[in-house]
Design a protein around this ligand. Structure first.
Ligand code: F3S
Length: 389
């Protein structure tokens, strides 16, 4: 991979150890993927935040990088293993909390914004069409590629951090026009509810793995797009999709010869049944990806004036920023459960406190069994709220 004189100097350690290590890492990635050069980025979104997922090894790596590392571009952070303020209410052990707080402080020291959320695009990190970025977090990067027309590969935590420190990323994969072409046309008719979009993502991810779907017959709003992107990235490894008449690049493709498939209601129902392994949740968790302001408002409106009838715990996961935008709705939701920010049901250690989690998110239902030893119940938001009323 070609390096400029400045990049060679960084590799020789002239700008410190964190940047040298970052350059080494990007060079190795660039060689694997046959990138011809590095390309400047306008933002980074970093995963590898929860102590549960990165452990002592990850914490040591961050301690090293934070000694002299500073990000060069706007950089945001994925959810941590706990609400940074309400961790005691989540029954998080103090030893876990201590390490989690250190992790977030280390990112902060490097200049990363610590509004820990998987929906950075709802909270100020909004790349424009054609901008090269380096985002980790599979749901967020798919949203950025698809709905915003930005360009990022499916970065891992260390690669995204290295890119953030250098302000550059290897130029390959989805940064290039020729790798952004649709590989399958997907036709579906959905009801206008979130769960349907999540299930569509689940079915497409399961059937096509790492495809680039081109959807016809749907027109997802932001909330529907984010939950569909999350499911597709979790059930498969979809990092980019197009929607006819909607997404920024959809009009420029010649679709002649591209395979076409129809997703039926039966497919969606089957997917829901497969993800449901219990009917008896002790936790209902909404907000995968993190709830937007409109979702907070819609759920609060549906619950306002009603009474909770049982003790099933409910989590509404969102970002600190969205929470501050809707104080009234937060107060309503707090009568039914906890409005948690900075964290989510998958990266928090819920295996220590819960056994069965119900969610409207197929991404959550994909990951909860393996990462949190949970049985799952996959239902719509409305059905989940009925369980407590
Ligand atoms: Fe976000 Fe956690 Fe889901 S990071 S996309 S809420 S698994």
């Amino acid at each position: 991979m070609f390096l400029t004189n400045d990049e060679e100097a960084i590799l020789a350690g002239e700008q410190g150890e964190a940047k040298r290590k970052s350059m080494e890492l990007l060079l190795a990635l660039g060689k694997i993927y046959k990138a011809e050069k590095l390309v400047p980025i306008t933002s980074a979104h970093l995963s590898g935040v929860s102590y549960k997922t990165i452990g002592e090894g990850g914490l040591d790596f961050l301690r090293e990088m934070a000694k002299d590392g500073k990000v060069s571009v706007k950089s945001t952070l994925n959810p941590a293993g706990m609400d940074m303020h309400r961790w005691r209410e989540m029954r998080i052990e103090p030893s876990f909390a201590e390490r989690q707080i250190e992790i977030v402080k280390l990112y902060c020291k490097m200049g990363v914004e610590t509004n820990c959320t998987c929906t950075p695009y709802l909270a100020g990190n909004v790349p424009g069409k054609g901008e090269n970025v380096a985002w980790a977090e599979s749901s967020a990067l798919s949203f950025a590629n698809s709905m915003l027309g930005a360009r990022t590969n499916r970065e891992g935590g260390p690669g995204a951090l290295a890119a953030a420190l250098l302000g550059k990323t290897p130029y390959y994969g989805l940064h290039l026009d020729e790798n952004r072409l649709p590989t399958v046309i997907v036709e579906a008719e959905l009801e206008d509810q979130l769960l349907d979009y999540s299930l569509l993502g689940q079915v497409v991810g399961m059937k096509f793995g790492a495809a680039i779907p081109y959807f016809r017959g749907i027109r997802p709003d932001v909330n529907q797009a984010k939950i569909m992107a999350a499911a597709m990235a979790a059930a498969g490894s979809v990092a980019l999709f197009h929607v006819q008449g909607q997404t920024p690049e959809a009009s420029k493709f010649d679709l002649k010869g591209v395979e076409k498939v129809q997703i039926t209601r039966r497919d969606l129902e089957d997917a829901k049944d497969k993800l449901t392994t219990s009917q008896d949740p002790d936790l209902i968790a909404l907000g995968c990806p993190h709830l937007s302001e409109t979702e907070m408002k819609t759920i609060a409106k549906g619950l306002d004036g009603k009474k909770k009838r049982n003790d099933i715990e409910v989590w509404f996961c969102t970002s600190q920023r969205v929470k501050t935008w809707c104080p009234k709705e937060t107060a309503v939701l707090e009568r039914f459960g906890k409005v948690l920010s900075d964290t989510c049901m998958v990266v928090a250690p819920i295996e220590k406190t819960h056994k069965v989690t119900a969610s409207n998110s197929c991404k959550a239902c994909n990951y909860l069994p393996g990462l949190c030893s949970q049985k799952c119940m996959c239902r719509s938001t409305e059905q989940l709220m009925e369980l407590i009323l």
